[in-house]
Design a protein around this ligand. Sequence first.
Ligand code: SF4
Ligand code: SF4
Length: 115
Amino acid sequence: MKSWTCIENCGACCKFDLHERSDLADKLKKEDIDLINTMTAKDGWCKNLDRKNKKCLIYESRPHFCRVNEFSTVFKEYLKFGDKFLIDCCKQHISSNYGNKSKEMKNFRMAISEK
Ligand code: SF4
Ligand code: SF4
């Protein structure tokens, strides 16, 4: 079974559009949503992302909803499917933001040992 891991220089999940993510918005408190709104640039990307290097500039103190493997446990799909749920979420983010043939997708597939 493949194991989920986060790869460096990705940041594909650092773009928010809560209007398209009602499943996510339902899991967040009002203060989380307010924080997301202050963190989000007009184009949807988080202002804390170093876009050139695709690195979080506040990694050690990033909000709880950015801690993927912790926050994901609030989704019932996670409880049923574990790493598969996380892997599918990352693939969705990477595909929609960088494309299926992007280097980020290639690196992610390699990292989870999927050719
Ligand atoms: S999309 Fe997945 S691999 Fe990419 S930064 Fe987010 S958690 Fe990490
Ligand atoms: S705070 Fe960091 S981890 Fe969270 S969305 Fe912004 S750049 Fe990504």
